[in-house]
Design a protein around this ligand. Structure first.
Ligand code: ASP
Length: 331
């Protein structure tokens, strides 16, 4: 085994966040979305730079994006078929069992919430489930009762609804009435789910994801963002967060697939392979961001657009709109 100092010297902090895969969204909102993503990553990067944990960094990044009304997570989430907000979120971390263990010997922990309507920051509740309950996933009223007992303030469901989200829901409902019970499209037509993945100076990796779900979703629908392995995953090799058509992400276990591939190929090839496999399997659109245990950042998507903001010591903080690796072949 490497001496402790040498093992630590290889650890490079890194953070990558996404703001959802889907349509590019109105040009008038692009500047503000970019600004918000950079601010969120700046908050996470400050934590990593000062020696804080990957978990703190991804939760701070996702919390900042949940609080921003332009993203489909927390305040500003899209509404379901009944005109209600139901949010999903999850976190996972992989922490070295001993300070010098880089690679195997990590302890895995995860927490998630599904279909919650009365919590301002679902990602923080997901973290609380991980840290203060014996479970991984709590849903609906049970998750909200748990939040209250854990000291997290509950809000009224309508406090989570923005005028922008209500207008979009009304437009969609009018369209749906005109075209009868249309299934939610496989194209990730929404935009604005948020997520982050990070590696810290201590060898820990973490990922977090938060969403209001897909446009047109039924009351009670739970998507990939609440499911460990699908929307969020971390182990000793890396950490990843996904966005896009949730049912397809669940079918292909997107994040776990990409992270476990790190055993065989570099990060960028792992994410490209996972998105290609999802597209082959389902014909749907999705995106993923990933950080490996050496702090290498990777991302890929096959939607019209996915915004990414990232931090690492070599490149600083940057915002990007990576091109799709391929377009989904819609059935
Ligand atoms: N994956 C999310 C869901 O299916 C939506 C998204 O990422 O846009 O709930």
């Amino acid at each position: 085994m490497l001496p402790f100092a040498m093992a630590r010297a290889r650890l490079i902090p890194a953070l990558v966040a996404h703001g959802g895969a889907g349509a590019a969204g109105p040009a008038s909102e692009r500047f503000e979305r970019r600004r918000a993503m950079l601010a969120a990553v700046r908050a996470g990067a400050a934590i990593l730079r000062s020696g804080g944990s990957a978990l703190d960094a991804v939760v701070a990044t996702v919390t900042a994006l949940e609080d921003h009304p332009l993203f489909n997570a927390g305040y500003g989430s899209i509404l379901n078929s009944e005109g209600r907000v139901e949010m999903d979120a999850s976190v996972m971390e992989s922490v070295p069992a001993a300070p010098e263990s880089v690679g195997p010997g990590h302890i895995l922990r995860a927490g998630a919430v599904a279909a919650v309507s009365r919590v301002r920051n679902p990602v923080q509740l997901a973290r609380t489930v991980m840290e203060r309950s014996p479970h991984i996933l709590l849903a609906g009223a049970g998750a909200e009762r748990f939040a209250r007992t854990a000291g997290i303030r509950l809000c009224r469901p309508d406090e989570m609804i923005t005028e922008r989200a209500r207008k979009k829901w009304q437009m969609r409902r009018d369209r749906m009435l005109a075209t009868a019970a249309e299934a939610p499209a496989r194209a990730a037509v929404g935009h604005g789910t948020v997520g982050a993945a990070a590696a810290d100076l201590h060898g820990a990796l973490a990922a977090a994801t938060s969403t209001g779900g897909v446009p047109g979703k039924l009351f009670g629908r739970i998507g990939d963002s609440a499911l460990i392995g699908a929307g969020t995953f971390a182990n000793a090799l890396g950490a990843a967060s996904a966005t896009g058509h949730g049912e397809a992400i669940i079918l292909s276990s997107l994040c776990r697939e990409a992270v476990t591939e790190l055993a065989h190929r570099p990060a960028q090839r792992a994410v490209r392979g996972a998105i290609t496999e999802l597209a082959d399997l389902t014909g749907a659109e999705a995106g993923i961001v990933l950080v490996d245990r050496r702090g290498r950042i990777a991302y890929a998507h096959n939607a019209a657009s996915m915004e990414v903001a990232q931090f690492n010591p070599a490149g600083g903080i940057r915002h990007l709109r990576p091109a799709p690796i391929l377009r989904a072949s819609r059935p």
